[in-house]
Design a binder for this molecule. Structure first.
Ligand SMILES: Nc1ncnc2c1ncn2[C@@H]1O[C@H](COP(=O)(O)OP(=O)(O)O)[C@@H](O)[C@H]1O
Ligand SMILES: O=C(O)C1=C[C@@H](OP(=O)(O)O)[C@@H](O)[C@H](O)C1
Ligand SMILES: [Mg+2]
Length: 166
């Protein structure tokens, strides 16, 4: 099967859903963030602090292209759609699912989580602007959209499997 790529804002559930989806389909699972951490030996927070966001985006674009494009589920980071080249790459892959979540659900899910440099307490004011600026980018990258705000992981996985049959 062609790899399934999950895109969407931070906290939409890409990482969590990718694991369950891969288990159900019996294929490998990858996460671009996890690959970056493995390859650099640094946490995402450390990369942003020591090398800056642009360098992180460089690693992210490289990792995206290096992962297997068959028999896999690939969770991406929420900012992957920022680069035009990444959006074109993903459009070419076709099996891309946008996991949408309302900002309120996202903030509730991530309020105790400090692992995302772009969503720390002092960045809450800019979170809404970032969220709104990215929505059209997710939507132009794929026609498959699932609202995860009030769904369980199992329901989301069922929805993705249905989507992919179309
Ligand atoms: N469908 C869901 N319902 C409730 N909480 C969820 C759901 N999916 C993920 N979460 C929780 O939200 C947080 C962020 O999930 P994660 O998979 O890391 O999102 P992403 O990779 O899109 O940033 C985690 O604490 C996770 O347990
Ligand atoms: O939206 C973003 O710019 C980011 C999302 C994060 O991944 P998740 O979407 O899995 O949280 C991670 O790549 C990094 O903190 C930047
Ligand atoms: Mg993730």
């Amino acid at each position: 099967m062609r790899a399934i790529y999950l895109i969407g804002f931070m906290g939409a559930g890409k990482t969590t859903v990718s694991q369950e989806l891969a288990r159900r389909l019996n294929v490998a699972v990858y996460d671009t963030d996890e690959e970056i951490v493995k390859r650099t030996g640094m946490s995402i927070n450390e990369i942003f602090a020591a090398e800056g966001e642009e360098k992180f985006r460089h690693y992210e674009a490289e990792v995206l292209r290096s992962l297997p494009s068959t028999n896999a589920v690939i969770a991406t980071g929420g900012g992957i759609v920022g680069r035009t080249g990444n959006r074109l790459f993903l459009k070419g892959k076709r099996n891309v699912v946008y996991l949408h979540a309302e900002l309120e659900s996202i903030l509730a899910r991530l309020k105790e989580d400090n692992s995302r440099p772009l969503l720390k307490q002092d960045k809450m004011k800019t979170a809404k602007a970032l969220y709104e600026s990215r929505l059209p980018l997710y939507r132009e990258t794929t026609e498959f959209e699932i609202d995860t705000s009030v769904k369980t992981v199992q329901q989301i996985v069922d929805d993705i499997i249905q989507c992919m049959k179309k």
